[in-house]
Write a protein that binds this ligand. Structure first.
Ligand code: FBP
Length: 557
């Protein structure tokens, strides 16, 4: 990328200097590790312990001021890989990592593996230099080394990883990824320890979905920027709706297995209906009950002569509806068990008819009752971690079809006289590579710099942690959280596996309670908010604003 090819905003933005937490100001040699007590996994302790005999129970690590001249002496070579979906700020993690390593010793080197974990398996890499990283500071995207979703899982792949990392003399690998990628980092840390190899593995919490968080990790990076981008466009749709007053817009938002994005965008824009998967699951609602809930609002608004509105739908919605969840889980097992036969079948209808015979009768009937496009989308290949690819399932269209059916019944009975014209949207990819907000630019830079400190200190099996995020970045606290501490056992691809637990929307938490307190009013009024675009320049009350979710979750701590 040549300097001439960048936009005016990018040129101006490249001058932004992230503000490091004060604890990191004197570089990696100015901090000492303070070790806490041995840790336990959040559940399934015995099983997780058994699977990670060499890395289970590591202590929590906090950075404290001190002198650590030892780490300056030896030049090290650190690898970095971007894993999974894109999230704004990935380039700044690499910039922070690069600056931290170079501050400790100008002979330290940073090697980027290309295209995600497959770059490790294929030994495809390039050195991150000062000139290269300069082009990517404060930019969105993962294009500096690209990303990928390959999972390192077979014994051959572990062997290949060992070969690549030892041949390249990599002292530590920094894995920038979500829950699945960091689970992979934990497995690698364990494998290398078992093999008596010294390579360390440090994770960095990434995902726009916002579901890699817990007591120790306050937020995953990218959530802030992505939700600001979606809030801008959803706000614009609300204003369009309020101006034209003739359409119902159904907006599906990314977030896979958690509704944090939808909830955050809902709180920021106050549309008429915000569906939260976790609530639907806890109430064990059926698909028709969810549809009924939407229909009730449409009818109420029609009675007020308001045949328009905005509905937010989390992309993972169907996995939260118990009957659909059961269908997907049974389908996951059936697809995994019959992979070979299915491969040889040419058409989707043949595959579906075959799969119906492998499902319990009630679930086969449910699948058959869905619109053909939706049942075909449910058959799409799982991702390498065994997850159904909900981004490919058009839930908003399924809901619209069912709502239409319901409304026409009501019309026949004279209970509905409105008009229902719809427009659908799916927002996900639009926000994943946006230029990071100030919050994400600072947060990712600190996460990367902190990962350099953890790597230089020879740690392995830790997630880079930066806390107190509602304070100014200079006051943030840094450390490392053992990866095994965040694990539990889940069913993936038909088998029980150790994985980092996803954080779902807490129904007792302030973000959801705020929605609850307001949604009846938002349903029938036009209380829309128009957040507008991310501001990079201007008053800090706007440029440094964090998410409502983070503010509500962390402000009392
Ligand atoms: P990560 O969890 O890997 O960060 O990815 C999140 C995500 O953006 C989800 O919101 C979405 O369902 C999925 O990636 C889409 O995957 P893909 O990029 O493979 O289409």
């Amino acid at each position: 990328m040549s300097k001439k090819c960048i936009s005016e905003l990018q040129a101006e933005r490249s001058k932004f200097k992230p503000v490091l937490p004060a604890i990191l100001k004197n570089g990696p040699a100015g901090v000492k590790l303070r070790l806490g007590k041995a840790t336990e996994s959040i559940s399934d302790n015995k099983t997780v312990n058994k699977l990670f005999p060499n890395t289970y129970g590591l202590p929590m690590v906090n950075l404290a001021k001190g002198k650590n001249q030892e780490i300056l002496k030896k030049a090290v070579k650190v690898g970095v890989v971007l894993s999974g979906g894109q999230a704004p700020g990935g380039h700044n993690v690499i910039a922070g990592l690069f600056d931290g390593l170079k501050k400790a010793n100008s002979k330290n080197r940073l090697i980027g593996f290309l295209g995600g974990p497959s770059g490790i398996l294929d030994n495809k890499c390039k050195e991150i230099t000062n000139a290269l990283i300069a082009e990517y500071r404060n930019t969105g995207g993962f294009d500096i080394i690209q990303s990928g979703r390959t999972k390192i899982e077979t014994p051959e792949q572990f062997e290949q990883t060992k070969k690549t990392l030892t041949e390249n003399k990599i002292d530590a690998l920094v894995v920038i990824g979500g829950d699945d990628s960091n689970t992979n980092a934990a497995l690698l840390a364990e494998y290398f320890k078992k093999e008596s190899l010294n390579t360390g593995f440090i994770g960095v919490p990434k995902t726009i979905d916002g579901d890699l968080k817990n007591e120790q990790i306050e937020a995953s990076f990218g959530f802030d920027t992505a939700t600001k981008i979606y809030s801008e466009v959803v706000g614009n749709i609300c204003r369009d709706v309020n101006s034209a007053r003739k359409y119902w817009h159904f907006v599906r938002l990314m977030g896979r297995s958690a509704s944090h994005i939808t909830l955050e965008v809902g709180l920021k824009t106050q549309p008429n209906i915000v569906l939260v998967g976790e609530e639907i699951l806890s109430k064990k609602m059926t698909l028709s009950q969810v549809v009924k809930q939407i229909v009730n609002v449409i009818v109420k608004r029609a009675d007020l002569k308001k045949n328009f509105g905005v509905v937010l739908v989390p992309e993972g919605l169907i996995e939260f509806i118990p009957e659909m969840k059961a269908l997907i889980s049974s389908l996951n097992d059936a697809l995994a068990d019959n992979e070979a036969e299915l491969k040889n079948m040419p058409g989707i209808d043949e595959k579906k008819n075959f799969i119906y015979t492998k499902l319990p009768g009630n679930l086969a009937a449910l699948m058959k009752s869905l619109p053909g496009t939706i049942s075909s989308q449910l058959m799409i290949d799982r991702d390498p971690h065994g997850n159904v690819q909900v981004s490919q399932i058009e839930t908003e269209k399924l809901l619209i079809a069912m709502v239409k059916k319901c409304l026409s019944e009501l019309k026949k009975n004279g209970k509905y006289t409105g008009k229902f014209s719809t427009i659908t949207h799916f927002f996900g990819y639009e926000g994943r590579c946006g230029a990071p907000s100030n919050f994400d630019a600072n947060y990712t830079y600190a996460l990367g710099y902190n990962a350099a400190v953890l790597s230089l200190n020879g740690l392995s099996g830790y997630l880079s942690s930066v806390k107190k995020l509602v304070k100014k970045s200079a006051l943030w606290e840094c450390g490392g959280v053992p990866l095994t501490m965040m694990m539990n056992i889940e069913r993936r691809k038909g088998k029980e596996k150790p994985v980092i637990k996803k954080a779902l929307v807490e129904l007792n938490g302030t973000p959801f309670k705020t929605l609850l307190a307001n949604r009846e009013n938002w349903a029938v009024t036009e209380s829309y908010l128009y957040p507008g675009p991310i501001q990079y320049f201007g008053p800090s009350s706007i440029t440094d604003m964090t998410t409502v979710t983070l503010k509500y979750e962390q402000s009392k701590k």
